[in-house]
Write a protein that binds this ligand. Structure first.
Ligand code: GRF
Length: 210
């Protein structure tokens, strides 16, 4: 049995975060062993092909509250962490419970501000001075699990929504590999119901601004 830290990345679309995660896997100490998509034609699947990584695509069924076929595949690949990267479906509670504290997500806002969609529009509409992205554990509520890391930017007064969204996306591309690396290296780990960072209780969030 290999001792690598195996991750599975779930995507639905362009997969630019997947590309960044693949690019930094050796440097950060994890290995992408499977890419999953609910869209057979997601363009991001091409990145998996480039790296010769197996893919698993399936048709989303909103009545399937366990997704047992996917659970079986994930167990076969001995996956340590499920990484949601632009996966545009809400996983059912029973699936999430089966992989408790083993699923993370990236969200384009400074959670708990702006869960859900259209975060950039909301930031501009409210004239927020700062914006950012968050990586958090996934629980049964949307965008509400324990926060691990955040990256933030200042919002220029004349920035367009498109520019803002590109800026945040490019920050995500360093935030996500860094965060997965922290978990792979056991620098971030759970002890009972408490999250630790470098053996200290994580009372706030880990700020990452590179
Ligand atoms: C990112 O903005 C991410 O925060 C959100 O979906 C987008 C995915 O983009 N969850 P990509 O597919 O990684 O390019």
């Amino acid at each position: 049995m290999s001792s690598s830290f195996n991750i599975c990345v779930f995507i639905s679309g362009s997969g630019s975060n997947l590309a960044a995660i693949l690019n930094k896997q050796t440097q950060m100490g994890y290995k992408v062993v499977l890419v999953v998509s609910n869209k057979a034609n997601a363009t991001g699947l091409n990145f998996a092909k480039e790296y010769n990584i197996p893919t698993y695509t399936f048709k989303w069924d909103k009545h399937d509250n366990k997704i047992e076929h996917l659970q079986t595949i994930i167990k076969q690949y001995q996956i340590n962490l499920i990484v949601l990267a632009g996966f545009m479906r809400i996983l059912p509670a029973r699936f999430v419970a089966a992989f408790k504290r083993k699923i993370i997500n990236i969200h384009p806002s400074l959670l708990p501000k702006y869960p859900g969609l259209h975060t950039h529009t909301k930031v501009l509409h409210n004239h927020d001075k700062e914006h950012g992205a968050t990586v958090h554990y996934v629980n049964q509520e949307l965008d509400a699990g324990q926060i691990i890391t955040q990256t933030r930017i200042k919002v220029a007064s004349n920035i367009s929504e498109n520019e803002l969204s590109n800026k945040i996306l490019s920050k995500e591309h360093s935030l996500y590999p860094y965060t997965i690396g922290l978990i792979a290296q056991n620098r971030v780990e759970w002890g009972n119901d408490t999250l630790y960072f470098d053996h200290q209780i994580l009372t706030t969030v880990i700020e990452f601004n590179e």
